[in-house]
Design a protein around this ligand. Structure first.
Ligand SMILES: *[C@@H]1O[C@H](CO)[C@@H](O)[C@H](O)[C@H]1NC(C)=O
Ligand SMILES: *[C@@H]1O[C@H](CO)[C@@H](O)[C@H](O)[C@H]1NC(C)=O
Ligand SMILES: *[C@@H]1O[C@H](CO)[C@@H](O)[C@H](O)[C@H]1NC(C)=O
Ligand SMILES: *[C@@H]1O[C@H](CO)[C@@H](O)[C@H](O)[C@H]1NC(C)=O
Length: 274
């Protein structure tokens, strides 16, 4: 049997533990809130070889959208010495920049004061793949976020009606080697022949012919897909003409579930005559 004294003592210990837990919790929230937020809207980004890519990073203070003066931004890349880009005292500080990024990176200077710390990387190369860290220090904001950049090559296909009436698709720039398929309007897999070659270095050229006659107003879905990018094209046949629309879906790396994908932006509208 516990004495009254022991019960009171036990309850007090219990209360102390609970209250200090609460205080720590409240302090942690207050602390993190007072430091604002640094975040990326695309923590997993796929760059297109030889083109430009934006590594997204933005910062917000707790008290809504202030205009930020006195911002410092540092972009680092994991297991790479030096900085990718550094911005302090309203100017680029590039003494410590790794040679890999010389003359290839910049911030959107007009947008920094609005909380935009995104990095523009020009002429993406395979060796640019990796994890980038965006660190921001500004009044009421302090934090780091990361962007995982992977590099592929992708291009929208063009569609053609061959002289024998077959529908063909061609895309010139794919890496890694993709697979292609045609689907009917109802989503059924259709027979086709394809040539995928990489005569020009690592880049694959894709050519595919649908093995069935096409009719006016038919719409077909043409898919080109590798582990990083999926191009979805809708090709519509009208009198002697094919109109193709393509959008790209990029696989997201941060999660290992392949079905969780980021639907991306670009929509190409391509018309091919005859
Ligand atoms: C920053 O600005 C660039 C250029 O306007 C834009 O592409 C990017 O989406 C912006 N990023 C954020 C996080 O606002
Ligand atoms: C039609 O032409 C294309 C390209 O010239 C060829 O690949 C395809 O096999 C031909 N289709 C038929 C049904 O002959
Ligand atoms: C597709 O090809 C297979 C094998 O060559 C053939 O048996 C099948 O009938 C074809 N399907 C269509 C819809 O043409
Ligand atoms: C494949 O390679 C041949 C020979 O180099 C070339 O003529 C052709 O254009 C390439 N592309 C496709 C899609 O066949």
């Amino acid at each position: 049997m516990a004495s009254i004294g022991q019960i009171i003592f036990g309850s007090m210990i219990f209360l102390i533990v609970v209250i200090s837990g609460l205080i720590i919790f409240i302090l942690a929230i207050a602390f993190s809130v007072s430091q604002g937020t640094v975040e990326s809207r695309s923590p997993s980004t796929v760059g297109n070889l030889a083109e430009d890519v934006v590594l997204d990073c933005r910062f917000l203070s707790n008290s809504g959208n202030a205009q930020f003066s006195d911002v410092s931004i540092t972009w680092l890349k994991d297991s790479l010495s030096g900085v990718v880009y550094e911005y302090k005292k309203k100017a680029a500080q590039l003494q410590g920049q790794n040679a890999q990024f010389q003359n290839r990176v910049q911030l959107f200077s007009d947008a920094i004061s609005m909380g935009n710390a995104s990095l523009l990387l020009r002429n993406v190369k395979l060796e640019d793949e990796g994890v980038y860290r965006c660190s921001v220090n500004a009044p009421k904001v302090s934090g780091t976020t990361s962007v995982n950049l992977r590099v592929a090559a992708f291009s929208a296909p063009t569609f053609n009606l061959e002289s024998n009436g077959s529908l063909s698709a061609q895309a010139n720039k794919w890496f890694p080697r993709p697979e292609v398929s045609w689907l009917s309007q109802s989503g059924q897999l259709l027979n086709s022949t394809q040539i995928i070659n990489n005569t020009a270095g690592i880049m694959n050229q894709v050519f595919s012919v649908l093995e069935q006659p096409v009719k006016e107003d038919d719409t077909y879905t043409f898919l080109i897909q590798n582990r990083l990018v999926k191009a979805v094209s809708e090709a519509t046949v009208s009198a002697n003409r094919v109109t193709g629309r393509t959008y790209f879906i990029f696989s997201s790396a941060s999660t290992k579930v392949p079905s969780l994908q980021l639907l991306f932006t670009v929509i190409f509208v391509l018309s091919a005559n005859q």
